[in-house]
Ligand binder design. Sequence first.
Ligand SMILES: NC(=O)c1ccc[n+]([C@@H]2O[C@H](COP(=O)([O-])OP(=O)(O)OC[C@H]3O[C@@H](n4cnc5c(N)ncnc54)[C@H](O)[C@@H]3O)[C@@H](O)[C@H]2O)c1
Length: 457
Amino acid sequence: MTSSANKPSRRDLLSTSGRLAAASALAGVALPAVHAGEDDTVRIALVGCGGRGTGAAGDAMASKNGPAKLVAMADVFQERLDHSYDALHQEFNDHVAVPTGNKFIGFDGYQKAMDCLRKGDVVILTTPPAFRWVHFTYAISKGLNVFMEKPVTVDGPSTRKLLKLGEESVQKNLKVGVGLMCRHCVVRKELFDRIKNGELGDLTLLRAYRVAGKTAMEASPPKPEGITELLYQVKRFHSFLWASGGCYSDYLIHNIDECCWMKDAWPVKAVGLGGRQYRGSNIDQNFDHYTVEYSFADGTKLLLEGRTIDNCWQKFASYAHGTKGSAWISIAGHTPAHCRIFKGQDVDNEKDIVWKYPKNHEPNPYRVEWDDLFDAIKNDKPYNEVKRGAEASLVTAMGRMAAHTGREITFDQMLNCEHEFAPEVEKLTMDSPAPLLADSSGKYPQPEPGRKTNREF
Ligand SMILES: NC(=O)c1ccc[n+]([C@@H]2O[C@H](COP(=O)([O-])OP(=O)(O)OC[C@H]3O[C@@H](n4cnc5c(N)ncnc54)[C@H](O)[C@@H]3O)[C@@H](O)[C@H]2O)c1
């Protein structure tokens, strides 16, 4: 550690301000002032330099509650790291100060990148979700604040691990944001308050749709020459359940989560259908259509549709229905939400709109989640989204497992499910075999509802 690393930063001082305030009140003396000229910059390490990681680092540096500076990066592909660095450096200039010695390639790069930070700095975890608990474990040991992307878990065992780590991070007063950014949307927050105030009456039904054409890496052809099995699966992580929870978990979690938020509860069980309608020679583990019915404890249903087939009806939206009216929770993707309340059940009838967000511009929740995280760090506010993120990930996995097995799956069954998709993921090196092995024809095990019923593949 350098001497500057040992110097208490403003954040270190502020993180003890609760104690100082109490002591000062007792002693009747003024709080110690934070002296001018201290280093107020939050240093950031980026682990997983792909699309979202680059975006998240940019949102951090653009936050009104910064300043933030990117000082270290880690990835398993050199070209991904280089591309991310170039894009960020071009946009943020001096806020990107990552010398060559702070750029790390390999499955152990996350440790080296976090070693470049001081206690109280922030690490961004934006690899595929399989690595989340591994990287979070190290972040906690280093006393780092964290921003981690959704989903944060893929199966029962990784959820149990993350919930335990979450508790540990709360005890250490670490601030942890989870990239379910819709929870930071001011318009959805107002809708939530209005639902709580009874403007929709009792909620009787929620509906969520992400029915689109082919999306990202949900389908994958057989592995080409020139790349290892492990790196192929990591690169195309939406195609492999161990890496991401599959396209169901990766794509549908936001819509599931925003519906559960409005209901202010998690569902207790799920049943579902799905299948591989048109997969051609693709070898991934996903269904290309899913229909899931979630049940809440009071019997209310959340109906979910997900599809990745071209040339079909499309919708990317969530709705709430109650005894007094209905609402758009979101209508075309994640942001802007364009929330509306209708006096009847017809969510297409503009004449029935009784409330909509009055301003033209909705604050971008991807930016707001960073404003909120930095505000919590700088002012030592309680801030830890791990439990909620792990539960949202588990509820998503519960619906996926219901569709993949053809069985009713309860919240508790999913939480206690023993099928660990990637045992020893923490030990992977560039030369390791992949957690999932193909058969002699190059195909990976896939879900078979009604046949494979205790595990998804
Ligand atoms: N909140 C949102 O709206 C949103 C949007 C997009 C993605 N995401 C989430 O962000 C995460 C990343 O998604 P993406 O779209 O950026 O994918 P991506 O493939 O573009 O980026 C992932 C990066 O992580 C790297 N990586 C993989 N394993 C690694 C490891 N063990 N150590 C270091 N680096 C590793 C990959 O090489 C890649 O560069 C996913 O969890 C995804 O669900 C969230």
